[in-house]
Every structure is written in structure tokens, then in C-alpha cells.
Design a protein around this ligand. Structure first.
Ligand SMILES: *Cc1c(COP(=O)(O)O)cnc(C)c1O
Length: 419
């Protein structure tokens, strides 16, 4: 699309937006004098779907009325409650239903997956991650390496961009895997880097890793609900994600995990066990033989938090209705418009470090200020724009297709460049 640098154009994009009714499905936080904020922080905490209250209240009510009997007799029985989210979750990440489960939180799931898929040996003990990975991922891989008796100084390999560049070139990643793959036990990349907004080419990385005998997993914290994902066909070994960012599951929401079908029945894979991974038909015999559920559910440990599942279900229903393909189409248009307006009105002080190429980014743009970045962020914030500042010099903005508008972006650039 050829964009135009005037307000009428922004308005017309909103008028023609197939998702214009969707904004009203969310609570938009208000700032001073009740004016709706320009909310570009859906990459940190997605907004609350208005239906969440009703979904959660249903479970509160059944708990109130039934106590323990709700496990069987609640309107949505709690015993199988997590299963009500399975098909929609699978569709969202491009997986088979038996490959996905909502459980725990992201870093916990990452550890559980590494218990299974990081199995270092003296000749193959490295983990390859992207440089500037999210701190929690960094801590998790470091501690796993140490747990197995290896030294992160040697076994943790960070894939850095070339000097003077922000984005890691795919060709460099593939070359690294080609050259060092035989000593790499696990390749663990983000789907989208939280800082630069770069989306990695997951299929190519997976292929290259598998050719060298590595396991390949992804942290989709910034990818789930943002990009079109096809985990099963890309053949990734595992993936994990949180649900409070683009998935709007609420603060500390229950997280997700994917394990490729090919591993589901492999009894040689190490795994931590808990009673929610036990065969459902005989779980309540309460015996001590573990007979794992023949799906990724065998990685579950505990009976899950129903109130959190209810909140997430409300959001998944919206994603399901909208469809990820159509959402992604709007997302590309929306983010492209932000990029266009930022450059069209540029005063020379800012640059976008996120890739220009649509296939190499999601909705987030990371805007670098050459000077006075913190001041710029403060100015945006004071004027009602919710976006975040990441040291040393980046403002992260995530226009989200479910609830952000083209006018949000118009107003944002006006404030960005106001005197
Ligand atoms: C947000 C985020 C996390 C947060 O982990 P929690 O365990 O949910 O607190 C971890 N990794 C990445 C890449 C993230 O973006």
C-alpha cells in the first residue's frame, strides 16, 4: 500500500479496517481527564478483553456453589478445563492439538523443555542463543549448563550481529550452525527478539540445526499472537511462550508449550513427572507407576490454575474469531504505517532498528533516538503514549492489530515530533 502523510488518510484506514469493531472488545486504559491512552505496550502486557470478567466469574460462581464438586460438575468442569483451550492454541501456533498445552509460566516451561532437550555430552554440550536474548532466557540456559557440570563461558555460544549492526543476519546464523553444529546440543532462539523486534527465520534455523544433529527450540514470548507460526511444519523440537503479552491472558497468565509429535511417545527422553502428566483414565487410582499421557500433556506437573485458564480462554476466543491470517495482514499494514510516518516526518534524531522486511519482524518497532532518548520517551508518556524505554537508547512501540488504530499512530508521530 502507498501511504499518505495526512490525517484523512489515517482516518480512512480506520474506516476500512475489518477489525475496527474489535477495539471495543477491550478495555482501553484512560489517562488524564478520561482520555484513552495510546497503548503500544501490548508486547509487555496485552489489554484486558471485556469478556474476561464473565469467564472468570463463571468459575468463581461454580467454586462458590459447588466447592470440590466443580472438578466434575462445573459448567466447564475443571478436571479437563485445560483441554478446552487446546484446539485454539494449536491453531494459533501452527501445531497439532496433541503438541500443545497451557501450563506453568514461561521460564518454568523453558526449564522443563531443557530437562528434556538439553542433554549435553563431553563432545556436544553447547547451547546457541541470540546475543541480547531476554535476561530470563539467559539465566535459564546458564543455569542448565552449570547444572550439567559445564561452564557457560565455554558452552554458551551467543550469536552476535556484525560489528556496527543491530540485526543478526540469517546467513550468519546458518554459517555458525554449519561450522559449530557438531558441538551444539541445543539451539534456543527467540521467535522475535524482545529488544530489536527482529523475527528470526525459524524454519531455516531448525533445518540447519537438525542437519547437524542439534535440538532446536524457540521462545515465542514475542511471537505468539503476533506472527503466523507453523511450528509443526517447521519441525521445531519444542517451543514455549507466555500469554500475557500479545495473547492478552492477563498479568502472570498461564503460559504455553509445544513439543513436536515425534517426541511424544519417546520414553527415552528425560522428563520431570507430576500427577497431571499421568494417564487420565487411571490417575485417581493414586498408584505409583507413571503412565504418561501420550501427548505433550505428559509434561504437565500440577493441576492448573482455572481462573487463569478462564481469562486466557476469553482471549483465545477472540483470536479464534479474528483469525491469525487476517490479523497479521492488518498488523503488517499498521506497523508499516508507523514506519512510514516515523521516517516521513523524521527530524534526523531517530532511526528504526527493527528490520524493514515484513517477514523479519512482528508488530513491534524499536525506535532508537540518537540524542535525548529518555527525554523523548518521557514526552511521549506525558502526552498519553504507553510505550517503553529500554536501555541504552531504544523506545519500543507495539501497535497491536486487535485494538490499536491508525489514528493512534498518527497521534503518536505528532507527539514524537512535537516541539
Ligand atoms: C517476557 C519474556 C519472558 C518472561 O518470562 P516469565 O517466565 O513469563 O516471567 C521470558 N523470555 C522472553 C523472551 C520474554 O519476552
Amino acid at each position: 500500500m502507498k501511504y499518505k502523510n495526512n490525517i484523512e488518510f489515517a482516518q480512512s484506514l480506520d474506516n476500512n479496517d475489518p477489525f475496527k469493531e474489535y477495539r471495543n472488545k477491550f478495555h482501553i486504559p484512560a489517562g488524564k481527564e478520561g482520555i484513552e491512552l495510546i497503548y503500544f505496550a501490548g508486547n509487555s502486557l496485552g489489554l484486558q478483553p471485556k469478556t474476561v470478567r464473565q469467564y472468570v466469574e463463571q468459575e468463581l460462581l461454580d467454586w462458590e456453589k459447588m466447592g470440590v464438586e466443580g472438578h466434575m460438575f462445573a459448567r466447564n468442569p475443571w478436571l479437563p478445563y485445560h483441554e478446552f483451550l487446546t484446539d485454539q492454541t494449536a491453531a494459533l501456533v501452527g501445531a497439532l492439538p496433541e503438541e500443545v498445552v497451557n501450563m506453568n509460566s514461561l521460564t518454568v516451561n523453558l526449564h522443563l523443555m531443557m530437562v528434556s532437550f538439553y542433554r549435553p555430552t563431553p563432545s556436544r554440550n553447547k547451547i546457541l542463543i541470540e546475543a541480547n536474548a531476554f535476561p530470563s532466557d539467559h539465566y535459564a540456559v546458564q543455569s542448565q549448563i552449570k547444572y550439567h557440570g559445564y561452564d557457560p563461558e565455554e558452552s554458551l555460544v551467543e550469536m552476535k550481529p556484525r560489528p556496527g549492526e543491530d540485526i543478526i543476519r540469517t546467513e550468519d546464523i546458518l554459517e555458525k550452525i554449519e561450522n559449530e553444529g557438531e558441538s551444539i546440543a541445543l539451539i534456543m532462539f527467540a521467535g522475535v527478539n524482545y529488544y530489536t523486534g527482529q523475527a528470526f527465520e525459524m524454519e531455516k534455523i531448525t533445518d540447519a540445526g537438525h542437519k547437524k544433529g542439534c535440538f532446536v527450540g524457540f521462545d515465542l514470548a514475542h511471537a505468539a499472537g503476533n506472527l503466523k507460526l507453523d511450528l509443526h511444519n517447521w519441525d521445531c523440537d519444542f517451543a514455549v511462550w507466555c500469554s500475557y503479552k500479545y495473547l492478552n491472558g492477563g498479568p502472570g497468565a498461564i503460559a504455553g508449550a509445544f513439543v513436536n509429535k515425534r517426541h511424544l511417545l519417546d520414553m527415552t527422553i528425560p522428563k520431570f513427572w507430576g500427577w497431571w502428566g499421568q494417564d487420565k483414565a487411571t490417575r485417581f487410582l493414586m498408584d505409583h507407576d507413571f503412565r504418561p499421557i501420550p501427548t505433550v500433556e505428559s509434561w504437565q506437573l500440577s493441576n492448573p490454575p482455572i481462573l487463569q485458564l478462564a481469562a486466557l480462554k476469553a482471549s483465545l476466543d477472540i483470536f479464534h474469531e479474528a483469525g491469525m491470517d487476517a490479523l497479521r495482514e492488518k498488523s503488517e499494514l499498521l506497523t508499516g504505517y508507523m514506519e512510514y510516518l516515523v521516517y516521513e516526518n523524521n527530524n534526523g534524531n531517530v532511526e528504526i532498528i527493527t528490520p524493514e522486511n515484513k517477514t523479519e519482524r512482528g508488530c513491534q518497532l524499536s525506535i532508537r533516538a540518537k540524542q535525548n532518548g529518555k527525554f523523548l520517551h518521557k514526552k511521549l508518556n506525558t502526552a498519553g503514549v504507553i510505550c517503553d524505554w529500554r536501555e541504552p537508547d531504544v523506545i519500543r512501540c507495539a501497535p497491536v492489530p486487535l485494538y490499536n488504530t491508525f489514528m493512534d499512530i498518527w497521534k503518536f508521530t505528532e507527539i514524537l515530533y512535537s516541539e
